[in-house]
Design a protein around this ligand. Sequence first.
Ligand SMILES: *Cc1c(COP(=O)(O)O)cnc(C)c1O
Length: 364
Amino acid sequence: MTAQAGEQGDPTTGAAVSLERQRLQFASDNAAGICPESWAALERAKSGFAPAYGEDAWTQRACELLREVFEIDCEVFFVFNGTAANSLSLAALCESYHSIICHQTAHLETDECGGPEFFSNGTKVLLAAGERGKVDLADVRNTVLRRTDIHYPKPRVLSITQATELGTVYDKSELDAVAETARQLGLRLHMDGARFANAVATLDVAPKELTWKVGVDVLCFGGTKNGMAVGDAVVFFDRELAQDFAYRCKQAGQLASKMRFIAAPWVALLENGGWLQHAKHANACAQRLESGLRDVPGVEILAPAQANSVFAKLPSPVLDGLRERGWVFYTFIGAGGARFMCSWDTSDQDISALLGDVRALAGC
Ligand SMILES: *Cc1c(COP(=O)(O)O)cnc(C)c1O
């Protein structure tokens, strides 16, 4: 780490905030700890010997449970994080001369340090515009069709994020329209589901209705932000695309030798529906925070909170005051404004404390 011990630069302002004073409850869902079910599963898995590299019973069970959740015989792989899940799954869909179309604010474009391009040996990422984190389908069409000559990278994949980077969710009819466009354009459909659980919790439909039944070929299903310590799943609904994927994971350093410790928390959260409970809780927290912020004069909500984050414009003195009081939040994500992200571990007291500070600083 480059930060000094005990101090960390505020990523937004560069101002030093002492670590002890940081209040990270709304910084990100990956600032949260490990949920009790995941911890208990690690405890159960920790002793004794088990086959390595995913040949263990926990991993087999986690794969089975994912097949039950999606109600289909999908191919499942576990990797350490979402960047690897996105990069490797996209590389599996593409040749180096292909292109991937995604939203301007897509994590794979803005926050993966060129990982998808690197692991695909140069597949180009092309950007589409769109309101509130969702791809504008006319722009996708234009991006694909404006050139058909040999000098343009051949469009191959449309990638969408569900829930989006702006805390919105594609509903069923929007997904149908996305998938229909992909079909018409001959594109594969990739879904970055780092917060897929939050989207399912919002829409309250069977996961299959938001994935393979619509035409999603591969889903990167986030576990980390849902309450686990580490580990995201790559779920191939088109099993042919998963051919040799295990080699990609291994080569990229993403094949965990003690795989049971990634898989056990998945078993725990899938078996008792905890993955959805955590997502519902985080979403409800965002709802509560959003309605509290709406009542503060001078605050503007930038996108409806449909998942677990709230994007809002606050007067600068309020933002500065919040930072002074130790609150950590980002203002460089999406279309500007401050992002307040809730997690499985956000409490009512956290929300009241933040709202109380916002109100005090706004003078109401
Ligand atoms: C967090 C996140 C990821 C994964 O990020 P890692 O830091 O690599 O785990 C992927 N996509 C989205 C939209 C995310 O928010």
